[in-house]
Design a protein around this ligand. Structure first.
Ligand SMILES: Cc1cc2nc3c(=O)[nH]c(=O)nc-3n(C[C@H](O)[C@H](O)[C@H](O)COP(=O)(O)OP(=O)(O)OC[C@H]3O[C@@H](n4cnc5c(N)ncnc54)[C@H](O)[C@@H]3O)c2cc1C
Length: 219
């Protein structure tokens, strides 16, 4: 698996040592994330829309209503920029200036391709569902023909991609270390709360193991 090559668009400029181009490291971030932000130009104006996604190999999949503006625009071959962000902690420095966050983020540039083949479309929806809740697909009713027709699936090849990662403690100015103010990192983590059963769920259906022990993949 070859790593990404920084391009004119994906070269991290500020704090460039935080730039990451190893494919495996980038995919670990994508596999842990749940939400991406999709940036594109619609009717001459920029717009950024949050949505879910899934990844298989070197392809990112988006799915949505055939009526959605985003899917119509991207389906016509609009340039797209997609980001995924994981916030790992609040970096609380002694000065306002040096406050920061620990994070892992990915930026993807490209063009989407509409997945037309019904089998490939089903496979993408499988990938999407398993990305959100691994183990779920084998239990649920698969999409009907009508549902498939109402859904657009887009494939974005993962070719022009960067990641950026900040870890560690605050970096204060030397003279500020004498200030009597707490400094450090407040780690943040996405942790599931207790599952809430649907009102219409028969009592004998237990919470599946993959829900009880839910964790994001990269963790
Ligand atoms: C949770 C979070 C909070 C942040 N808070 C701040 C903040 O308050 N102020 C601030 O200046 N910056 C912040 N950043 C960093 C910010 O994302 C940019 O990296 C920063 O603005 C530097 O931009 P630049 O001009 O060097 O890069 P640009 O010229 O804007 O970017 C060049 C290329 O580098 C790559 N790149 C840049 N940033 C990222 C990234 N974060 N992830 C993956 N690839 C990237 C992209 O491919 C991009 O096209 C934050 C990032 C995250 C994830």
């Amino acid at each position: 698996m070859s790593d990404f090559t920084p391009t004119e668009r994906t070269q991290v400029h500020r704090l460039s040592k935080r730039g990451v181009y190893e494919r495996e490291a980038v995919y670990r971030i994508l596999d842990e994330g749940l939400v991406c932000h999709v940036g594109f130009v619609a009717d001459g104006k920029p717009v950024v829309i949050p949505t879910g996604y899934g990844r298989k190999g070197d392809t990112l999949y988006l799915h949505g209503s055939t009526a959605s503006r985003m899917f119509r625009a991207l389906g016509k071959g609009a340039d797209v920029c997609i980001t995924v962000t994981l916030v790992d902690g609040l970096v609380l420095a002694r000065s306002a200036f040096h406050h920061s966050m620990n994070y892992r983020s990915v930026v993807i540039f490209g063009k989407a391709v509409v997945v037309e083949d019904p089998a490939a479309k089903r496979e993408a929806l499988h990938v999407f569902t398993e990305h959100v809740a691994p183990g779920r697909w084998k239990e649920i009713r698969p999409p009907s023909e009508k549902e498939l027709q109402a859904t657009t699936v887009l494939a974005i090849p993962l070719e022009e991609v960067s990641a950026k990662v900040r870890t560690g403690l605050p970096l204060d100015d030397e003279e500020d270390y004498a200030l009597p103010v707490w400094a450090g990192v407040l780690p943040l983590e996405l942790t599931p709360a207790s599952p809430l059963a649907d009102d219409r769920l028969p009592k004998e259906i237990a919470v599946p193991e993959y829900v009880r022990s839910y964790r994001r993949k990269g963790r």
